[in-house]
Design a protein around this ligand. Structure first.
Ligand code: NDP
Ligand code: 2IT
Length: 447
């Protein structure tokens, strides 16, 4: 394991986020390799992307200036199905961040039980402050290159940070024009052109279903629990909605400028207001504090994103913004306030030191690759509906999602126990996700 990790660092010394994601998985795999020494060669292969595509994305802004961004698609692993994973548009995007996300996606997709390989892509384009027509021209230019590398049975992208329904619509339209075919090439599509009911809600809902299962192992529940949520985008909004559905209370949300604390709780009416603010008016979370009484707004320092938010006294913490948003010190603040459970809605929002603090203090901790897998699982259900040329009801998709999250929880829980690390969902998820992919890679002679 050490040799594999050292070779990853030697090959790409400037990719800290990728190193972080790889180290966490390799740390879990020792007992598996002892039990299955035949999988050691798989470990050497699994850390190397099958293919990386990088391309130029030129577009015209509204003032007639030519802008040039960089586009990527990481096709990480196709052992168990077509590459599948989101596109992120954010100025921080680079190969390190996309490789960490693509690597995590391989194990996450395996855990869903659906036939999906792992991929991720995106651009350093910042949709913030851009007009709809600028976003459209960017998406069209991005797809002008990407279209030749994707396909319904090859690679099916979806949304992530900065890529929601609007962007998926523009990307889909351009793909259809270039390829001259109407197929389920992207997920997270609008309802009128092949999207699945519940896909927008799925990551947040699935996260809370997972947290519900995890709490139940110690006889606790979301009902009556006070929760902190970070972020105010897709995952944060629907995680908050499901917490309210299950009788919990949400007291914080954030964006990249700062965070709000509403001790009275963000009820349904206030959450609708936030959804309109973020999805339609594209405003800042600070406006919430101007609009509602008894709310404090704290501006964030540049890094970490949500500093201060994790000092609020809660029972359950749901980080739903971005990577490395809870560090060791913030984890200690949550522990000092006797937090019961932390479930990752974002990908890798807790640093390794923070995870160690939670695990050594008996806090229930759910890693994102298990607890946020409901989004990609429902993307898988969208692919199935597209192939069948049918669409299922809200209730049907939600029931599938709930069942999938219950299975992922059980699989991670049981696997951790089987390999001698009871209650360690990080190890359980990594091992269970790995075993299926490793078996497929061995069988196919992909080593
Ligand atoms: P959105 O773009 O809808 O929302 C992201 C939210 O996080 C916004 O509130 C944004 O603030 C905030 N944010 C983004 N980057 C930073 C940063 N560097 N510092 C502080 N705040 C930041 O994205 P999603 O909700 O889709 O994604 C959130 C997380 O969930 C990501 O880690 C993503 O990878 C993960 N995820 C998403 C899934 C999905 O289906 N969408 C599935 C599984 C995981 P602002 O409004 O200021 O930009
Ligand atoms: O990180 C993720 O799992 C996603 N952004 C969703 C990917 C997908 O293909 O739905």
């Amino acid at each position: 394991m050490k040799e594999v990790y050292d070779s990853v660092i030697a090959r790409d010394p400037n990719q800290p986020e990728f190193h972080q994601a790889v180290e966490e998985v390799l740390d879990s795999l020792g007992p598996v390799i002892q039990a299955h020494p035949e999988f050691l060669p798989v470990v050497r292969s699994i850390v190397e992307a099958e293919r990386i595509i990088q391309f130029r994305v030129p577009w015209w802004d509204d003032d007639g200036n030519l802008r040039v961004n960089r586009g990527f698609r990481i096709q990480m692993n196709s052992a168990i199905g077509p590459y599948k994973g989101g596109l992120r548009f954010h100025p921080s995007v680079n190969q390190s961040i996309l490789k960490f996300l693509a690597f995590e996606q391989v194990f996450k997709n395996s855990l869903t039980g659906l036939p999906m390989g792992g991929g991720k892509g995106g651009s350093d384009f910042d949709p913030k402050g851009k007009s709809d027509s600028e976003v459209m021209r960017f998406c069209q230019s991005f797809m002008m290159e990407l279209w030749r590398h994707i396909g319904a049975d090859l690679d099916v992208p979806a949304g992530d940070i900065g890529v929601g329904g609007r962007e998926i619509g523009y990307l889909f339209g351009m793909y259809k024009k270039l390829a001259n075919e109407f197929v389920g090439i992207l997920t997270g599509k609008g309802r009128s052109y092949g999207g699945s009911l519940i896909r927008p809600e799925a990551t947040g809902y699935g996260l809370v279903y997972f947290a519900r299962e995890m709490l139940a192992t110690t006889g606790k529940s979301i009902e009556g629990a006070v929760c902190s949520v970070s972020g105010s985008g897709n995952v944060a909004q629907f995680a908050s909605e499901k917490v309210l559905d299950l009788g919990g209370k949400v007291v914080t949300m954030s964006d990249s400028s700062g965070w709000i604390h509403d001790p009275a709780g963000i009820d349904r009416e206030k959450l609708d207001w936030i959804m309109d603010l973020k999805n339609n008016r594209r405003g800042r979370i600070s406006e919430y504090a101007d609009h509602f009484d008894g709310v404090t707004y704290t501006k964030s320092q540049p890094e970490p994103a949500s500093n201060g938010l994790w000092g609020v006294d809660v029972d359950v913490a749901l980080p739903c913004a971005t990577q490395n948003e809870i560090n060791e010190e913030e984890a200690k603040m949550l522990v000092a306030n006797t937090v019961i459970a932390v479930a990752e809605g974002a990908n890798m929002p807790c640093t390794p030191e923070a995870v160690e603090v939670f695990q050594s203090n008996g806090v229930l901790f759910a890693p994102g690759k298990a607890s946020n897998a409901g989004g990609v699982a429902t993307s898988g259900l969208e692919m199935s509906q597209n192939s069948l040329r049918m669409s299922w009801t809200r209730e049907e998709v939600d029931a599938h999602l709930d069942r999938i999250m219950i299975n992922i929880h059980k699989n991670a829980f049981d696997t951790a126990e089987k390999y001698g690390m009871p209650g360690n969902y990080v190890a359980g998820a990594n091992i269970a996700g790995f075993l299926k992919v490793a078996d497929a890679m061995s069988a196919q002679g992909l080593l």
